[in-house]
Design a protein around this ligand. Structure first.
Ligand SMILES: [Cu+2]
Length: 131
């Protein structure tokens, strides 16, 4: 099972990205922008800067849990909490979709720029890079 999980983790982002690209090229032409606010495909990508945290701690990590990275990894270990993007300046916590969960692992506790579709408080992640 571990092997399959690891393979899924590696392959899923690739799969999602290629599906998005495919969907983008198929839908980009026929759809006009007017009235498309409810359609995520026409919304375009947004970049949000913040810290990769976990859903238990959110904006501020518990004290006595080591640094942000170890706390985030500890909290998300075994899937009790999920990775989130904590925008400390904007005091907002965004949840990340499945692709984002896989990508966020490498950036636990770090300041990052997350690019993707923002819908309410959830980001469908296209990419995460260090900020
Ligand atoms: Cu934590």
């Amino acid at each position: 099972m571990e092997m399959i999980k690891m393979m899924m983790k590696r392959l899923l982002p690739l799969f999602v990205t290629s599906m998005l690209l495919l969907a983008g090229s198929v839908f980009a032409a026929p759809y006009s922008r007017e009235g498309g606010s409810s359609n995520a495909l026409t919304a375009g990508d947004t970049t949000v800067t913040g810290y990769i945290s976990d859903s238990s701690c959110g904006l501020k990590h518990m004290e006595g849990m080591g640094d942000d990275k170890s706390c985030t990894l500890m909290c998300t270990k075994g899937g009790q909490s999920k990775f989130v993007l904590a925008d400390r300046d904007g005091k907002k916590v965004y949840s990340l979709d499945k692709a984002g969960q896989a990508k966020a692992h490498d950036f636990a506790g770090q300041k990052v720029k997350v690019t993707g579709h923002v819908k309410g408080k959830t980001i469908s992640v296209t990419s995460i890079e260090a900020a």
